[in-house]
Design a protein around this ligand. Structure first.
Ligand code: GTQ
Length: 349
């Protein structure tokens, strides 16, 4: 990986060249060899850095937002997680956004839709609901739900006593990097609820129906069933423990075209091997405690903590406690795979 090798750009500045670069700049042009090694690195060079956000530290500030801003003024009352390597972008890692949204008892947000896809992972509180394209979904702690792009959605908290805090995951930075963002507020502000039972929630295809949409018809994936499935599966990945992908049952693929999500069980005493891959991942400690090593940095995590793994960073996960540890995560692998950008490597030394 030698930038002085033939095949890399290795032109030294001279007074004539500097003059020449000025002439090019005046015409809104430039010489490729001045930037070639930077814009075509040997391997991915993310500016996002491995970061851990501790729930214990964030929670009081998330709760502080409740009386400070009206939900209707904020649109959504969310504390977003900003990667310290790239503060100018509202992204947690790579082109993924995440945040902690708080909804007070009895609160309801207005309906909107946008080009970005969204997913939710409930951290605490029992009264959360969301209406996605007319179907009302109720979610509790550790449940996972999706709001595919351009579906009308609104949400709230119907409990009478405690706030709900859930994690939002969106591909907003990806949509913006591609200059493809659109946003609409629903005329009338609230969707008529067609059904308070999820139409496809029983995993049954209604008579006469052929599902042709590019996302999963299952909008909510409850924790109890997901955790039970993880616990019953005997095969472990050396890198991830018992890991399962939330999937679209129609295709067997990811729940949405741009983002996928996983749940993984690290059994007591499990210490993974290291691997790296293209694509960015945001992890949430769903249950128990453990640690992950990302690019040589150790992050000890416990329930509610969120951390990220930038593209191509070596990482491993461990649970040295005597209880189960479960990580929820979401990623941009579907984008990487569909563009032919996905690569993975195990550490062999
Ligand atoms: O619920 O649609 O955290 O549009 C950020 C942007 C949540 C949402 C966020 C959004 C949403």
């Amino acid at each position: 990986m030698d930038d002085t090798a033939i095949g890399r750009a290795r032109v030294s500045d001279t007074p004539e060249l500097k003059e020449y670069y000025k002439e090019l700049a005046a015409l809104d042009a430039g010489a490729l060899w001045t930037v070639a090694n930077e814009i075509e690195p040997w391997y991915p060079q993310p500016r996002s850095v491995p970061t851990l956000w501790r729930y214990e530290e964030l929670r009081p500030l998330v709760r502080k937002a409740l009386p400070l801003v009206q939900a209707d003024d904020a649109g959504r009352r969310v504390v977003m997680l900003v990667n310290p390597g790239r503060r100018e972008l509202s992204a947690a890692v790579g082109l993924l956004y995440t945040g902690l949204q708080i909804m007070g008892p009895g609160e309801a947000m207005t309906a909107h839709r946008h080009q970005a896809s969204a997913l939710r992972f409930v951290i605490e509180g029992t009264g959360a609901w969301t209406v996605v394209d007319g179907q009302k979904i109720r979610v509790g702690p550790r449940d996972f739900a999706i709001t595919p792009n351009n579906t009308w959605h609104e949400h709230g908290n119907e409990s009478s006593d405690a706030p709900v805090i859930w994690q939002d995951g969106l591909d907003i930075p990806l949509v913006n990097a591609l200059d493809a963002g659109f946003y609409e507020v629903l005329p009338g502000l609230y969707q008529p609820v067609e059904s308070s039972t999820l139409r496809y929630g029983g995993h049954l295809l209604p008579y006469g129906d052929i599902w042709r949409k590019p996302y999963s018809p299952i909008f909510a994936y409850p924790w109890d069933e997901s955790y039970a499935a993880l616990r019953s599966f005997p095969v472990q990945s050396p890198f991830d423990g018992v890991i399962m992908e939330y999937s679209n049952p129609v295709t067997g693929g990811s729940v949405m075209p741009t983002m996928s999500a996983h749940l993984q069980l690290l059994a007591p005493g499990f210490v993974s091997q290291e691997h790296r891959h293209t694509g960015s991942v945001v992890y949430t400690a769903a249950l128990g405690r453990g640690y992950s090593v990302v690019d040589g940095q150790r992050f000890d995590w416990q329930e509610g903590d969120i951390f990220c793994v930038p593209s191509w960073a070596w990482h491993s996960h461990a649970n040295v406690s005597s209880e189960d540890a479960v990580l929820f995560s979401f990623n941009d692998f579907p984008v990487m795979r569909s563009l032919g950008f996905y690569r993975e490597e195990a550490r062999c030394d």
